[in-house]
Write a protein that binds this ligand. Structure first.
Ligand SMILES: Nc1nc2c(c(=O)[nH]1)N[C@H]1C(S)=C(S)[C@@H](COP(=O)(O)OP(=O)(O)OC[C@H]3O[C@@H](n4cnc5c(N)ncnc54)[C@H](O)[C@@H]3O)O[C@H]1N2
Ligand code: MOO
Length: 342
């Protein structure tokens, strides 16, 4: 049941929902909260918010208040590594990461949920790296009172996602074996510029470098270095250089010789068209082409967090990155705060 009363007649009554105040560019939030007892002193403030009337609500058994609907849906949306603990604000609940990791959104089921129209869930992009306590999504019902059957329907859709619509997967700590290929570097004709770049990228995700090996463009030497790094305990291999079209670009052939399988080479992303991902006995191997020397962010940066989070990267994962995969090469790179890879 929902009834409209003049605000003067609501004095002494609890408010049925949060009432929002927005002062342009200055404030947005609840000026009054659900359950606040209205007093005479509040009347002018309410009039300034454009409220001459208020609802008195007594939900029927078949209805739910927006706050209760939001709580039911929040429970259903949260999978491993995602939770909520703040009371609804203006009918809306913030869902947050409970650990550092990689946000995984089941986009297909999220769309089914949002197709209902009468409820909503807004999320950050899937595969975003997040920190503990970061907000990853928000949910709410659209109307103030919603038929319980709609909320049940939304909850059922959310629960149909095998690992929930939202989860934050932990990321492994890299113990990286790094292979810097290129005869010109190996023979000292030019100075290596890749090692420091790779060390920074590995450290940015809390990982360490087990060893860095410099190698000429020689299949046998590259293959045996890969085997040695794995024998020493590397849980990921990263190679640089030798990834394009010249006869001396041997890296990926050498990796095959070392047992690399499920190799995906060639990507619809720039920079990073010559990027490669493969696996040697489940250990991921990432091949960074020389564009990684020039561009702050490349295909490697889109894929590396996913590999750390345990994604087994396939051709279709790589193909999906073409849409949004054109970096604008800004003078100052602001990735991940840009559209690249989204
Ligand atoms: N004709 C074509 N040219 C290129 C293609 C192509 O398809 N057709 N692909 C381009 C793309 S895309 C990229 S990315 C680069 C990939 O290059 P590689 O990974 O094969 O790199 P290299 O050929 O080994 O070296 C290129 C360049 O970078 C310098 N380099 C490499 N490693 C280091 C290092 N550790 N420190 C300093 N400098 C390094 C190297 O000396 C060369 O100058 O290819 C495009 N070309
Ligand atoms: O692998 Mo290269 O990026 O496309 O310059």
């Amino acid at each position: 049941m929902i009834k409209v009363v003049n605000i003067e007649d609501a004095v002494g009554q609890p408010l049925a929902h949060d009432i929002t105040e927005i002062r342009a560019g200055e404030f947005k939030g609840p000026a009054f909260q659900r359950g606040d007892i209205l007093t005479c002193r509040d009347l002018d403030h309410l009039r300034r918010l454009g409220k001459d009337h208020l609802y008195v609500i007594k939900p029927e058994a078949s209805e739910m208040h927006e706050d209760d609907a939001a709580m039911a849906m929040a429970d259903a949306l949260c999978g491993d590594g995602v939770s909520w603990d703040e009371a609804p604000r203006e009918g809306k609940i913030a869902l947050r990461a409970t650990r550092d990791g990689l946000l995984k959104v089941n986009v297909e089921v999220l769309e089914q949920f949002n197709e209902m129209g009468i409820v909503m869930c807004a999320t950050r992009h899937t595969n975003t790296v997040v920190r503990k306590k970061d907000q990853v999504a928000a949910t709410r019902a659209i109307p103030l009172l919603i038929a319980k059957e709609y909320v049940d329907g939304a909850v059922a859709i959310a629960k149909s996602a095998p690992d929930s619509i939202l989860q934050v997967r932990p990321m492994m700590t890299a113990n990286a074996g790094v292979m810097i290929t290129g005869s010109e570097v190996y023979n000292g004709r030019i100075e290596d510029k890749f090692e420091s770049i790779i060390r920074k990228k590995v450290a940015a995700f809390g990982g360490g470098v087990l060893d860095v090996v410099f190698l000429p463009d020689d299949d046998k030497m590259i293959a045996s270095a890969a085997r040695e790094l794995l024998a020493k305990g590397a849980n990921i291999l990263i190679t640089t250089g030798g990834m394009s079209v010249d006869p001396d670009d041997r890296t990926r052939f050498a990796l095959k010789e070392a047992g690399a399988r499920n190799m995906v080479y060639g990507t619809p992303v720039l920079p990073g068209a010559m990027f490669m991902v493969a696996y040697i006995n489940e250990i991921p191997v990432l091949g960074i082409p020389a564009c990684g020397l020039f561009s702050a962010t490349t295909m490697f940066d889109l894929i590396y967090p996913r590999v750390l989070a345990g994604d087994k990267i396939s051709r279709s994962d790589i193909a999906a990155k073409g849409h949004g995969g054109l970096c604008l090469g800004c003078k100052t790179c602001t990735y991940p705060r840009c559209a690249f890879g989204k």
